[in-house]
Design a protein around this ligand. Structure first.
Ligand code: SIN
Length: 189
């Protein structure tokens, strides 16, 4: 699969007849909503865990020195907490462009704090995409993030903003916080 997933995502017609669609964000979509939305609510999805396993050649790194950003890895019994946005279908042109480096739209159920749930869309970068980097220790991930910069800014900013947003949501994430701890320790040295 090529890096650029725009053409594949445009073939997803599942929600085309809907006036509005819920989008689940678990990474930069939590802290950077650069699109109009009708409503926003904290939410979670089941069976996925957040991991810094996706390479970023276009936003937080370059072709020769990719950064690391989050994707979701399947894990039975896991919950991934994030932010859900109710958007009109037209927003997906912008979102497909933003998430083009390996992320595919997937229909998923998302759950809200009041016990309700609804089917919507999440962008996931699977191990089959060319930009996928895969597992590494939290220390090695922090080392890579510390060095990477891209057109959207330093990779460390992505990590720190995500950790802060998860803290504000009251949803700690051990993987993200451990990478943050290593990064802060490196900065202090
Ligand atoms: C997301 O935030 O839901 C997808 C990954 C990212 O854009 O950081």
């Amino acid at each position: 699969m090529s890096h650029n997933t725009i053409a594949i995502n445009q073939q997803m017609k599942h929600f085309d007849s809907h006036a509005s669609v819920w989008l689940f964000g678990y990474g930069s979509l939590i802290f950077k909503a650069d699109f109009p939305f009708i409503e926003r609510r904290p939410a979670f999805i089941r069976g996925w865990t957040r991991r810094f396993w996706q390479g970023s050649h276009d936003h937080r790194g370059t072709e020769t020195a990719p950064g690391r950003v989050v994707t979701l890895a399947p894990q039975a019994d896991a919950l991934c907490h994030g932010m859900a946005y109710l958007v009109t279908p037209e927003q997906f042109a912008h979102l497909d462009h933003r998430e083009k480096n390996g992320y595919l739209r997937l229909a998923t159920d998302m759950h809200f704090d009041d016990g309700s749930s609804i089917e919507g869309i999440v962008y996931i970068a699977t191990h089959e995409n060319a930009a996928y980097l895969g597992p590494a220790s939290e220390l090695d991930i922090a080392r890579q993030i510390a060095c990477a910069h891209g057109p959207s800014g330093p990779n460390s900013e992505y990590l720190l903003k995500l950790a802060q947003a998860l803290r504000e949501l009251g949803k700690p994430d051990a993987h993200v916080f451990e990478i943050e701890r290593h990064l802060v320790a490196m900065d202090e040295q």
